[in-house]
Write a protein that binds this ligand. Structure first.
Ligand code: UDP
Length: 249
């Protein structure tokens, strides 16, 4: 069941006005009550993609929570005069959930990334969160038509299902499969397994605090520059939307 909550509309995406600690409490409640939950962490690239793709747009709209993963979304919310509480980085939320899962003895499934990456990520999770049960894992380069992954999740009934296929794939996979599961918190986590595995470094805290984590990622992975071209378009669209009061629906 969806909560009644304050949503902030940025272009065509409705973000939850919520702090990370309140969100974590709500998610703990949902997981403890076996309520199936779908959470999207959306950055400006995701917002722009949702604005250009009807299918993806409805997938995001059907999520129980959409949270701002990216300073661009926070800036946009200020531009439209309805500021969001705070940025909630997908990776930080993933870590919080692993910590709570470790305390509560929950189980988790890891889907995505290259085989050696997900294996290393799971190995590190086992070391750092020894009381978290590992329900299973699979790399992200599987045959989409095969149901072996969803069958495994159906059977193991994990509490947390982290899907690291990058957008839009991860949200589409969740949306196409979630109906067949009884319980679980489903969350797309992008490149987070690469960080968990130690293959990619998270920006130092100082960079995160200065809101330039995106620049750190760009320096580490220069091939991402093309993806970033969408950022000025995003700001422009939000700006135009504010002043011309044009509806993007
Ligand atoms: N990936 C995957 N299957 C695919 C495409 C991508 O498992 O078909 C993985 C890829 O190996 C990487 C992650 O998805 O681990 C995508 O990371 P990216 O940095 O692009 O995601 P973002 O955080 O930007 O959404």
């Amino acid at each position: 069941m969806k909560d009644k909550k304050h949503k902030v509309k940025i272009l065509n995406v409705f973000f939850d006005h919520i702090t990370k600690s309140v969100l974590v409490n709500k998610l703990v409640e949902k997981v403890s009550q076996n309520q199936k939950t779908f959470l999207v962490t959306a950055n400006p690239e995701i917002v722009m993609y949702a604005n250009s793709d009807q299918v993806y747009s409805s997938v995001v709209k059907n999520a129980d929570y959409t949270i701002p993963d990216g300073i661009g979304v926070i800036i946009a919310s200020k531009m439209i005069g309805d500021p969001l509480s705070e940025r909630i980085a997908g990776y930080d939320l993933l870590i919080e959930l692993l910590k709570v899962g470790n305390e509560k003895g929950w189980s988790a499934y890891f889907l995505g990334a290259k085989k050696e990456v997900v294996e290393k990520a799971v190995h590190n999770v086992k070391t750092n969160y020894p009381h978290l049960k590992i329900a299973g894992w699979n790399d992200g380069y599987f045959d989409w038509a095969s149901s072996h992954i969803s069958d495994e999740i159906k059977e193991k009934k994990p509490d947390l299902i982290f899907v690291a296929l990058g957008f839009p794939k991860q949200e589409i996979w969740i949306s196409e499969n979630i109906e067949s599961f009884d319980k679980g918190l489903f969350m797309g986590v992008g490149g987070s397994f690469d960080v968990l595995a130690g293959e990619v470094k998270r920006a130092p805290v100082a960079w995160q605090k200065m809101n330039v984590e995106w620049l750190y990622r760009l320096i580490q992975q220069p091939s991402r520059w093309k993806r970033m071209l969408v950022l000025p378009q995003f700001v422009y669209k939000v700006f135009v939307g504010k002043y011309i009061k044009k509806s993007y629906e």
